[in-house]
Ligand binder design. Structure first.
Ligand SMILES: NC(=O)c1ccc[n+]([C@@H]2O[C@H](COP(=O)([O-])OP(=O)(O)OC[C@H]3O[C@@H](n4cnc5c(N)ncnc54)[C@H](O)[C@@H]3O)[C@@H](O)[C@H]2O)c1
Length: 276
């Protein structure tokens, strides 16, 4: 890995590195290589089903489990992290998402509202809860950076993405609304990155993921952005080179979001191809 020491002297918390396919896993590795001191966190259940502890050992990073639906877990995480890192935080990555209705394959027209409540709680409200905890504990340094990960289904309909589309809309809205307050009072920026489909545990859980992935890859002039590309973008947003970027949803998708149709797809829709 070619390091530029962009995060030298910076301290941060990274949520959501479950296994080496996780976007957060790549971000953690790159933040470490770029000179940051990090704390890793994940849901307590990840201790059983994930490999977060392996990554923590490899990077020499403290691992503090926290369920993002529990305020007391987040407060404890922030307090323990600032103690372990010896000061306030410069960056936080929220890389957390889960939908029970998607997992149970419930159609969008027949969703279970208990499940929806939990999905929104884990995937969106947790972002507000995290920011409120950071705010109340005054845990962010000035010119710090808070990031969440989103998907374009927040703006356009991708039927199989189901209630996660609505969760992502809420997540992006929290970035704007809290971003205002964090910017005004503490000079901290808040953004979401809207990432290409990426082959991870959460990504692959969405029905028809291979079609999402291949369609986006053919549609995007640069092809899909992968997890390593996303880590590069996250590091740039944690670095001092992006200090005035805030309250944005930033598309990181190889050009997918602004492409009407690509030449690759045109070919498959010619009369000749359609009549084959
Ligand atoms: N993979 C994609 O195609 C894609 C595309 C755009 C955005 N995203 C977003 O990227 C983020 C990371 O997902 P990923 O694709 O790397 O998958 P992933 O499955 O590796 O990561 C999801 C993480 O959320 C954690 N999590 C779930 N419930 C939690 C809870 N209650 N408390 C704490 N942590 C909890 C999981 O343990 C896991 O580490 C998510 O917000 C996802 O929606 C993914």
């Amino acid at each position: 890995m070619n390091s530029h020491k962009l995060l030298e002297g910076k301290k941060g918390i990274i949520f959501g590195a479950l296994n080496d396919a996780s976007i957060a896993w790549k971000v953690a590795e790159l933040c470490h290589a770029e000179g940051a001191q990090i704390v890793l966190t994940n849901a307590p259940v990840a201790a059983r089903v994930g490999q977060t502890a392996e990554l923590a050992e490899k990077l020499g990073a403290p691992l503090i489990y926290a369920d993002v639906t529990k305020m007391e877990d987040l407060e404890n995480l922030i307090q323990e992290s600032t103690n372990a890192l010896g000061g306030k935080l410069d960056f936080v990555l929220h890389s957390v998402g889960m939908s029970l209705n998607v997992r149970k394959k419930n159609p969008y027209t027949d969703l279970n509202y208990e499940y929806m409540h939990t999905s929104f709680d884990i995937s969106a409200m947790s972002f507000h809860r995290l920011m409120q905890s950071l705010w109340k504990l005054d845990a962010m340094n000035e010119w710090g950076s808070i990031l969440g990960l989103s998907y374009i289904a927040a703006q356009r309909v991708f039927p199989d993405y189901s209630e996660m589309a609505d969760a992502k809309s809420l997540l992006e809205s929290f970035a704007r609304s809290f971003g205002y307050h964090f910017g005004k009072a503490k000079k901290v920026r808040v953004n979401t990155i809207s990432q290409s489909p990426t082959k991870t545990t959460a990504g692959s859980g969405v029905g028809g993921f291979d079609a999402f992935f291949n369609y986006a890859d053919k549609m995007s002039p640069l092809g899909n952005a992968n997890g390593e590309d996303c880590a590069n973008y996250c590091v740039s947003l944690f670095s001092d080179y992006t200090r005035m970027v805030t309250m944005q949803n930033l598309f990181h998708d190889g050009g997918f979001s602004f492409t009407g149709i690509s030449s690759d797809l045109m070919e498959s829709f010619s009369d000749e191809a359609m009549n084959k």
